[in-house]
Write a new protein. Structure first.
Length: 521
């Protein structure tokens, strides 16, 4: 039998274990017999109030037999845990949907939970729990239906995984952060200044802008600066760069007889080297801080060239950990002003950065991430509560058939939320791909705060509404159906009770007539 989350593996067992405990308490205290007493009293009281005449006694007895039979049937099917339908921990399993990070996820069981549930929390779950036949059938049917529906729905690309992992890709090594800042000051700023001053419009530059986008000159790894003569191929840092061996042909400002500890690579070498280049270090740092982020980029955009994939990884890391000025000619906070003017400038910058649409978009993103992680846990805990409290519902309903159906629909409703969440995920992925049809633009913009915030906020609002709204809509619809089904079952049982009720009423009328005649005489 399959469940719908890691936590549900254990809440299912604990819920039915609590069911057994509560049922045993009700049996031990005799509460389970009170509905039978109520059936006997009602079927004696109602005819007796109208007087016992004709066939009233026989019809009342028939009604009593029918209701007692129904009650006993409900007790056997939906009340008493049965050894014929044990819920075994070895048969419970959960296979999470494939993601970009884990396309073939391992199946979780109680013995191998693939999580901390059952190892540090929710420990001591029973290996086998006997549950009533009816509820076992409901669980089996619901699990099979959910699995069949999800298998039948189209697969989704899970683009949200990319967004979440992209936010984690950062520079944790302070030495690498300093090196990125040095490259920013010593290579990117001079190259961009030259580009802004000259505004080259050659065919080669236009081809690069066409291939890598018009915003290519706006970041450190720009192909315009790397592939255009006179930029990164000629610029060198003013200081030695740790890790780069001294080269007498390149580092001509030093005396070969007294070589320095390190050399000064060309900016193109510094960025592109496949071993100690800055881009390679940024890619490795992304994989270290975001669990194989470079492989995730390849999975999201397999059609892109390797060069663009590597650029996307490096650019994401730099967006999350932007370099700062490292030139001593500039004061702190990248500002050329000091004193009150500097304080006012920083205050305005901070206010603009933290307000408006950017803040709203970030809040929606955080909210949605929390919602997506919390919903399966809420579902599992709700199901635990339903399972644990079912004995009280069975007894308080006086063992009615309508209670069995309504209870089954309640369990089915909550468990079907998993299908609705998968549907919401599918809609979300298609909306993302529709709004970002160019995968290269998607890699550059979707996970970067401050870019296209209105569009991203709209996506997050729709997705959150789907994840919360669809279960609410479904639960309301099932409530309508449950009420109708309960009424239909009661209506179907009414013909069995009607003869006794009619006989009691008629007996009462005859009794009143006899008393009235006696008084008149």
């Amino acid at each position: 039998m399959t469940v719908d989350s890691y936590l549900e593996l254990f809440t299912t067992l604990f819920g039915w274990a609590f069911y057994g405990i509560l049922w045993d308490v009700l049996v031990g205290t005799g509460i389970v017999f009170l509905p039978f007493l109520g059936i006997l009293i009602n079927n004696w009281r109602e005819p007796a109030e109208g007087g016992q005449f004709g066939t009233v006694t026989g019809l009342s007895l028939r009604r009593m037999e029918i209701e007692l039979f129904i009650a006993l049937l409900v007790v056997v099917l939906a009340g008493q845990p049965a050894a014929l339908t044990p819920l075994n921990s070895g048969t419970l399993s959960y296979t999470p949907p494939p993601t970009l990070i884990d396309p073939t996820p391992a199946t979780a069981t109680v013995g191998a939970p693939q999580s901390t549930y059952g190892t540090t929390g929710f420990t001591g779950s029973p290996a086998t729990v006997n549950i009533p036949v009816w509820w076992y059938a409901v669980l089996a049917m619901t699990s099979g239906l959910n699995h069949a529906v999800v298998e039948g729905l189209p697969s989704s690309a899970d683009m949200r995984t990319y967004e979440q992992q992209a936010h984690l890709a950062t520079i944790a090594d302070p030495r690498l952060r300093q090196e990125a800042s040095d490259f920013f000051s010593q290579c990117y700023i001079p190259a961009r200044s030259k580009y802004q001053a000259e505004r080259p419009a050659t065919a080669a530059v236009n081809a690069l802008l066409s291939t890598y986008g018009p915003d290519d000159p706006d970041w450190m790894g720009s192909h315009v600066y790397r592939d255009t003569p006179g930029f990164y191929d000629t610029f060198r840092p003013a200081m030695q760069i740790s890790g780069w061996t001294y080269n007498s042909v390149r580092d001509t400002e030093y005396d070969p007889a007294a070589p320095p500890t390190w050399g000064k690579p060309y900016c193109k070498q510094w960025w592109e080297d496949g071993t100690i280049g800055l881009r390679e270090k940024l890619i490795n740092e992304a994989d270290a801080t975001s669990a194989g982020f470079s492989g995730l980029v390849v999975a999201v955009a397999p059609v892109l060239a390797t060069e663009k994939q590597n650029d996307a990884v490096a650019r994401t890391v730099l967006t999350n950990s932007p370099p700062s000025w490292s030139n001593n000619d500039l004061v702190a906070n990248n500002s050329g002003s000091t004193g009150l003017l500097s304080a006012a400038e920083n205050f305005v910058k901070g206010g603009l950065a933290s307000g408006g649409v950017i803040t709203a978009s970030a809040m929606f993103s955080v909210t949605m991430t929390a919602v997506l992680q919390a919903l399966p846990m809420v579902q599992a805990v709700l199901l635990l509560g339903i399972y644990a409290l079912l004995p009280m519902v069975v007894v308080l309903s006086r063992y009615s058939l309508s209670m069995m159906v309504i209870g089954a629909m309640a369990i089915f409703t909550v468990k079907f939320w998993s299908v609705l969440w998968y549907l919401a995920l599918w809609v979300d992925q298609n909306l993302i791909m529709s709004m970002y049809p160019d995968v290269n633009i998607f890699l550059q913009i979707f996970a970067n705060p401050g870019e296209h915030d209105i569009k991203r906020m709209l996506l997050n609002m729709i997705t959150t509404s789907l994840y919360l709204g669809l279960p609410l809509l479904w639960s309301g619809m099932m409530a309508w159906a449950g009420v109708k089904v309960g009424r239909s079952i009661d209506a179907a049982a009414n013909p069995l009770r009607a003869p006794a009720q009619d006989a009691g009423s008629q007996g009462g009328s005859i009794g009143k007539m006899a008393v009235t005649k006696g008084i008149k005489r």
